[in-house]
Design a protein around this ligand. Structure first.
Ligand code: CU1
Length: 178
């Protein structure tokens, strides 16, 4: 009695545990306003958490561009030294590395009119080997400097796996009771 539904719930939770950490989010910069002058992009970024693998989607009319720039060029609104540039009207940028990424419009005067965006990507360690970032499960910081916990087995139990084991323990308990 009820064993099938318990298995069904267990399978559902198993699936959720596997799927949730790998979800990447597409963020439309400026939401319905898009990439334009006279918009406060620092307000837009506040309250948002950006992760490795998320995408920034810039939608804009002609005459604008999306230039990734250095922090100093971002602060001074200097154009012409961009790390990358696109003016297709719809620019999708995948956030591949942790840290802060800086974008401005390359059209003269537009950056100082508000077309500047700084996005900080969480993800902890300043790794120079991006190969580990392909695994969505390895997003929790495991650097010794970031961890002040005195855990006897650090980094062997990722959060999704811990949730999974908790789920299994709970359902074993339920099965014993029924
Ligand atoms: Cu512009």
């Amino acid at each position: 009695m009820g064993s099938i539904s318990v298995v069904g719930v267990l399978v559902t939770i198993l699936a959720l545990c596997c799927v949730i950490p790998s979800l990447a989010t597409d963020y439309t910069v400026g939401d319905s306003s898009g990439w334009t002058t006279s918009y406060d992009y620092s307000t837009w970024t506040s309250g948002k958490t950006f992760a490795i693998g998320d995408n920034l989607v810039f939608d804009y009319a002609g005459g604008h561009s999306v230039d990734e720039v250095t922090p100093s060029d971002y602060n001074s609104c200097s154009v012409g030294n961009s790390l990358s540039t696109d003016s297709s009207g719809s620019t999708k940028i995948t956030l591949k590395t942790p840290g802060t990424h800086y974008f401005i419009c390359g059209a003269y005067g537009h950056c100082s009119s508000g077309m500047k965006l700084a996005v900080t990507v969480a993800g902890g360690e300043e790794s120079t080997t991006p190969s580990t970032s392909t695994n969505p499960l390895i997003t929790s910081p495991t650097t010794t400097t970031a961890s002040s916990y005195t855990n006897s087995s650090p980094s062997t139990l990722s959060p999704p796996i811990a949730i999974l084991f908790t789920c299994l323990a709970v359902f074993k308990f339920i099965l014993l009771l029924s």
